[in-house]
Design a protein around this ligand. Structure first.
Ligand SMILES: *[C@@H]1O[C@H](CO)[C@@H](O)[C@H](O)[C@H]1NC(C)=O
Ligand SMILES: *[C@@H]1O[C@H](CO)[C@@H](O)[C@H](O)[C@H]1NC(C)=O
Ligand SMILES: *[C@@H]1O[C@H](CO)[C@@H](O)[C@H](O)[C@H]1NC(C)=O
Ligand SMILES: *[C@@H]1O[C@H](CO)[C@@H](O)[C@H](O)[C@H]1NC(C)=O
Length: 397
């Protein structure tokens, strides 16, 4: 047998020094883990940095994180996201319409309020709950809370949702979920899910870029009044509207993903295409069953958004000069022949002509430039030039 001994004392010193470094590293690691898993004490802060180091507070299970989320080179969101899955997914944001830059800081201040400041120290966002804050905590439900000395939650991110609700979350009257602009842009977009103060639960198009409501496209029949709260049930994963007396008025989503929240991450969002969807993600591939290891749609409303957003004003489900199709629960906006998207990153901006506008006012060779294209099962409702009955296609030409 061969043993390797340090050849001299200098080596020995080196070895023990390494050992010491190792111990310190281990200690630091343990400390970091302990820190991420416990209450956030007053005076704690996070700073937005490009390498994302130390820029989040994680829930005890590690499933959710609160902190800075980088959006390309545009800046940072102060956000909460699913942290344990490869496709880290945002569920909440404080500053969706005003990204902050590197060096920005969120602080749970010594006297209680949670404050977001940009790199110059300007206050971007803050929460100052009534009552004396004792600590903050990123909970395993996905709710980031500010709690009092008696551990009663004084404020929670669940109280001001962005476009997502999670199991255990409730929506009270007056709460709005506003879809994002596109898959990559988290700013407030064009669709809203709201429980109004009059008790109606509705999906609206908005008068973008304002948040003023335009046209309700769900429910398609008359809306249901006397709604008091929207509940996202933790055990079943059902989402329903209850009256003040607790009776269920409307089941928004009531399809179960086998063992539901025990085996699946769940979320319901107003998607950027205006569809309100419930998504599931298996927590373990052993219990995934028919579901792939990623977000899949469990249910959605309305059943065909292309057919329900025919407002008198606004562009409907897709942008102006475009048309909408709905297949496999996905909305697809397209441009007719001769048109292209104004902004391929945001197709809802509509389509523009690729040709010089023609004129019909005099007989000229321009007339020869017109052509007819047949589009089966396609309609541009409310924008007909004229409506002729019993005329042939040739007559029309
Ligand atoms: C957070 O603080 C509260 C109140 O002091 C305490 O009850 C709770 O156990 C703490 N939680 C953790 C994870 O330290
Ligand atoms: C998102 O869209 C808004 C509105 O068009 C725009 O002002 C903003 O810069 C976009 N943000 C990103 C990160 O692209
Ligand atoms: C609960 O309230 C709803 C709506 O206000 C009403 O229709 C229903 O009859 C009530 N149920 C009970 C048990 O009081
Ligand atoms: C489950 O996940 C592991 C690790 O990602 C992978 O190796 C395995 O093939 C997966 N099993 C199934 C049935 O997908």
């Amino acid at each position: 047998m061969n043993f390797v001994f340090p050849r001299n004392t200098q080596n020995m010193a080196l070895v023990s020094q390494f050992f010491l470094y190792f111990l310190i590293l281990l200690l630091l690691l343990v400390l970091t883990i302990a820190q991420t898993n416990s209450n956030i004490t007053l005076g704690s802060s996070l700073t937005a940095s490009n390498d994302n180091s130390g820029s989040s507070w994680v829930s005890p299970s590690g499933e959710f994180a609160f902190g800075f989320w980088q959006i390309g080179d545009q800046g940072f969101l102060l956000a909460i996201w699913f942290d344990k899955i490869p496709e880290k997914t945002i569920v909440w944001s404080a500053n969706r319409d005003e990204l902050v830059q590197r060096g920005s800081k969120v602080e749970l201040t010594a006297d209680g309020p949670l404050v977001l400041r940009d790199a110059t120290g300007r206050q971007i966002w803050n929460i100052a709950p009534g009552g004396e804050v004792a600590y903050g905590a990123m909970l395993d439900t996905g709710n980031f809370v500010l709690a009092g000395r008696d551990s009663v939650n004084l404020w929670g991110s669940f109280d001001m949702p962005t476009y997502t609700i999670l199991p255990t979350q409730m929506m009270n009257q007056g709460t709005k979920l506003i879809g994002r602009i596109s898959s990559s842009n988290y700013s407030s977009g064009r669709f809203m899910f709201t429980l109004q103060t009059n008790g109606n639960l509705l999906l609206y198009t908005t008068k973008y870029p304002t948040l003023e409501v335009n046209y309700a496209y769900w429910p398609t029949q008359s809306s249901i009044g006397s709604g008091f709260q929207v509940i996202f049930n933790q055990l079943t994963g059902y989402i329903y509207l209850i009256a003040r007396n607790g009776s269920i008025l409307n089941e928004v989503f009531s399809i179960k993903a086998s063992n539901s929240t025990e085996d699946f991450y769940q979320r319901a969002i107003v998607d950027y295409d205006g569809v309100f969807r419930q998504y599931v993600y298996p927590k373990r591939n052993s219990s995934a069953g028919k579901w792939s290891m990623g977000w899949s749609t469990l249910s959605f409303i309305p059943s065909n958004i292309c057919l329900t957003t025919e407002g008198v004003t606004g562009s409907g489900a897709c942008g102006f000069n475009s048309y909408c199709s709905f297949e496999d629960d996905r909305k697809n906006c397209q441009c007719p022949h001769g048109y292209t998207f104004i902004d391929p990153e945001d197709v809802m901006k509509g389509c523009k002509q690729n040709f010089v506008p023609q004129s019909c006012d005099k007989a000229s060779e321009e007339m020869n430039l017109f052509e007819f294209r047949e589009m089966i099962n396609t309609d541009w409702p409310l924008s007909d030039y004229e409506d002729y009955k019993a005329q042939s296609e040739d007559w029309c030409r």
